[in-house]
Design a protein around this ligand. Structure first.
Ligand code: NZQ
Ligand code: ZN
Length: 387
């Protein structure tokens, strides 16, 4: 167990009928809000109406900034920052999935400085203050609702960089599983893959050989993410399935699973971000392609945790399966296919000739995230296993 400080300041309001709390919770942080949302899903499923009337009833003035795309763009964040400054906004309300919540965090950070907000993502500037943000989550995946991270794509350079700072935690996030009833099957599946990837990154990259508490916690979250995803795909309006998936995804990346593991890396994310940046691939779909390839590459150097994972969550002994890393990867791959999440670059029509281009793009993030052992050749090697 390594030394750690665990401090997560985000208040979570979880459950059916909780969205009307957004107004009373937001007025505590400001009087004039920027209401940030995506490309229309919240208007179709009624979340927008609930949020808008709650903010109004609480006495907030509202300036809207819709149109956040999946794999959110820096240009849209900058338009939001301009609106905040022009209208003297003092709190941001983000209503949507991880793309919307991440954009909200970037707007909060960029609105209190005069320099380009992108400088935070390249490490050229550090955050000293931010506007407060409140959130209503409508898709179980990223964990952004309870963490201090944000991921934005630079329109021109096609760099998709993630940045975290303790001042970026949402003040409060409202998680009503009913808001996710309308999430389509593909994004339901991609969200489960993303949550699994978050804990896999911790599980596989910690250098500490003895982390039984974290291992069992992570194994349990993977089992629940897979099981609840399966139940959601059978019945998208299964409240308990949606609630289980939503809470598992939040717990996967709110800092709890990584506490005590010491320094870890997010290499699968480092590579996936390039697929999303260059080809606009949904984040979770990109991960279901990268995960098997990365695990196969990792098993060459250290198969121990992959075998442990497989033995514990796939019950090899009970099923008379030879406990090997390949068996673990194969079962995981088969599940990805069963939930219609891709497992090969070819499924995105990405040709093998693009691998050097993708590796070149990923290398830039590897440098910023100080993943020094990932050379261009190493990344190309991993991508070759994902073809
Ligand atoms: O734009 P709208 O109309 O809202 O449609 C969205 C979008 O098309 C739709 N959607 C969301 N909630 C819905 C819904 N459709 C119907 N009913 C609902 N209730 O789903 C699509 C995807 O939404 P998006 O927000 O892009 O998905 P997700 O939540 O998976 O977020 C992905 C983003 O999160 C980042 C990723 O990089 C990606 O940009 N991540 C953020 C992290 C963090 N902050 O810690 C870590 C993660 O690893 C991840 O990188
Ligand atoms: Zn992710």
């Amino acid at each position: 167990m390594q030394n750690f400080v665990f401090h997560n300041p985000t208040k979570i309001i979880f459950g059916r009928g909780t969205i009307p709390s957004i107004g009373p919770e937001t007025i505590l942080w400001g009087k004039k809000c920027l209401l940030l949302y995506g490309c229309g899903s919240i208007k179709k499923n009624g979340v927008y109406g609930q949020v808008f009337s709650s903010l109004k009833e609480a006495g907030l003035e509202i300036v809207e900034h819709g149109g956040v795309q999946t794999n959110p763009l820096l240009s849209h964040v900058k338009e939001g920052i301009n609106k905040v400054k022009a209208h003297k906004i003092d709190v941001v309300v983000a209503v949507g999935g991880g793309s919307v919540l991440d954009s909200g965090k970037a707007v909060c950070a960029g609105s209190v400085v005069n320099h380009d907000v992108w400088k935070f993502f390249t490490g050229k500037k550090s955050i000293k203050s931010t506007l407060p943000m409140t959130a209503v989550l409508t898709l179980a995946a990223s964990g952004s609702e309870m963490n201090s991270g944000m991921v934005i794509t630079h329109d021109a350079t096609r760099e998709k960089f993630g940045f975290g700072h303790k001042l970026l935690f949402p003040k409060v996030s409202i998680l009503d599983p009913e808001a996710t009833f309308t999430v389509p099957m593909d994004y339901t599946a991609y969200g489960a893959v993303d949550a699994i990837a978050h804990v896999l990154e911790y599980y596989m990259t910690t250098k500490d050989p003895a982390t039984p508490v974290q291992d069992r916690f992570i194994e349990g979250l993977i089992i629940n993410a897979m099981d609840s995803c399966d139940r959601c795909l059978v019945n998208p309006r299964d409240y308990n399935a949606r609630a289980d998936l939503m809470w598992a995804a939040t717990l996967a990346l709110n800092g709890m699973t990584g506490a005590g593991l010491g320094r870890v890396g997010f290499p699968m994310h480092m590579i996936e971000h390039s697929l999303s940046a260059l080809y606009d691939v949904p984040h979770g779909a990109g991960l279901s392609v990268i995960i098997p390839g990365w695990l196969r590459w990792h098993s060459i150097v250290d198969a121990r945790k992959i075998i442990q994972l497989g033995s514990r969550i796939f019950n090899f002994e009970l099923r008379g399966i030879e406990p090997t890393s390949n068996a673990t990867v194969k079962i995981l791959e088969n599940w990805f296919t069963r939930i219609n999440s891709p497992i090969r670059l070819a499924e995105f029509d990405i040709p093998p000739e693009d691998i050097p281009l993708i590796a070149e793009n990923a290398l830039r993030l590897a440098k910023i995230w100080r993943l020094d052992q990932y050379s261009r050749e190493t990344i190309e090697g991993i991508l070759t296993l994902c073809r």
